[in-house]
Design a protein around this ligand. Structure first.
Ligand SMILES: NC(=O)c1ccc[n+]([C@@H]2O[C@H](COP(=O)([O-])OP(=O)(O)OC[C@H]3O[C@@H](n4cnc5c(N)ncnc54)[C@H](OP(=O)(O)O)[C@@H]3O)[C@@H](O)[C@H]2O)c1
Length: 216
C-alpha cells in the first residue's frame, strides 16, 4: 500500500487516523503548514505507537510523496489549500474526512458549501483528483484511543470505483472496521449530515457514537 499523507495532519483527526494506520504497519507522513509542527506531531505519534513508520513534512512537500492523500483540514482551510495545490493532487486519490458543521442554538448543523458537500467541493476544486469520502462519521475520541479496538462501519462514497477499491482495502486493514460503499459522491451530503446527528446524540447521551449498517 502507498504511503499515507495527512494534509493538516497535526490536528486530532489526522493524528487519530495516522496512529491507527501506523499501528497496522502503514507508512504515514504528517503534513503541516510548518515543518517543526509536522515533526513534533510525528514524534508524538511515534511515542504512542513505537512501531510507527512516521515522519513530518510541510503539506506541499508531503503531497509529493504519495498518491494517497488524506485531507484532514478544517472545512474553512479547504478552499485556500485547494486553490494553491489542486494541480499537485491531479491523478491522486484524495480521502475527504471533512465535515462542514457549526453549532446553532446548542444543535450541530451542517453548513454545506454551494457544491452540496465538502466532498463535492473538493472534487470541483481539484478536478484531476479522485475524491473518496470516508471516516466522516468516526469520532476522533475513538480514533485516538489507539489501544482500544474500533467497532463501526466506515461508509464511503465517490465517483471513482478504482479509488474506492483502494480506500476499501485500506479500511479493511484496521481490525473491526467494515467499509461500506454507499455509491456516488453526492452521498457525502448525507454522510456529513449523519456526523451532525451523531454529535447531537453524543451531546445528549454524553458518549461517543458511530454507525453500523444493518442487512449487509
Ligand atoms: N474531530 C472529529 O471528531 C472529526 C470526525 C470526523 C471528521 N472530522 C473532520 O476532520 C477535519 C480535521 O479535524 P481536526 O479537528 O483535526 O481539525 P483542526 O485541529 O481544526 O485542524 C487540523 C489541522 O489543520 C491545519 N489548519 C488549521 N487551520 C488551517 C488553515 N486556515 N489553513 C491551513 N491549515 C490549517 C492545522 O495544522 P498546522 O497548523 O500544523 O498547519 C491543524 O492542526 C475537519 O474537517 C473535521 O470536520 C473531525
Amino acid at each position: 500500500m502507498a504511503t499515507l499523507v495527512f494534509v493538516g495532519g497535526t490536528g486530532p483527526e489526522g493524528i487519530g487516523l495516522a496512529m491507527r494506520f501506523a499501528s497496522v504497519g502503514e507508512e504515514v507522513i504528517i503534513g503541516s503548514r510548518r515543518q517543526d509542527r509536522a515533526e513534533n506531531t510525528a514524534r508524538e505519534i511515534k511515542e504512542k505507537v513505537p512501531s510507527a513508520n512516521v515522519r513530518g513534512l510541510v503539506n506541499e512537500e508531503a503531497v509529493k510523496e504519495s498518491n494517497l492523500i488524506f485531507l484532514t483540514l478544517p472545512f474553512e482551510a479547504l478552499e485556500p489549500f485547494l486553490k494553491s495545490s489542486a494541480d499537485m493532487l491531479s491523478g491522486k486519490i484524495v480521502v475527504d474526512v471533512v465535515n462542514p458543521l457549526k453549532m446553532e442554538n446548542k444543535v450541530f448543523i451542517t453548513t454545506p458549501p454551494e457544491h452540496g458537500s465538502a466532498g463535492e467541493m473538493i472534487q470541483a476544486l481539484a478536478p484531476g483528483s479522485k475524491v473518496v469520502c470516508a471516516f466522516k462519521n468516526e469520532s476522533v475520541e475513538d480514533l485516538e484511543k489507539v489501544d482500544k479496538p474500533l467497532d463501526s462501519d466506515v461508509v464511503i462514497c465517490g465517483s471513482w470505483d478504482d479509488a474506492k477499491e483502494e480506500v476499501t482495502k485500506l479500511i479493511k486493514k484496521i481490525p473491526n472496521l467494515r467499509p461500506i460503499d454507499a455509491g456516488g459522491l453526492a452521498n457525502s451530503r448525507v454522510l456529513e449530515g449523519i456526523t451532525a446527528m451523531l454529535l447531537n446524540i453524543n451531546r445528549r447521551y454524553k458518549t461517543t457514537t458511530s454507525i453500523k449498517i444493518m442487512g449487509i
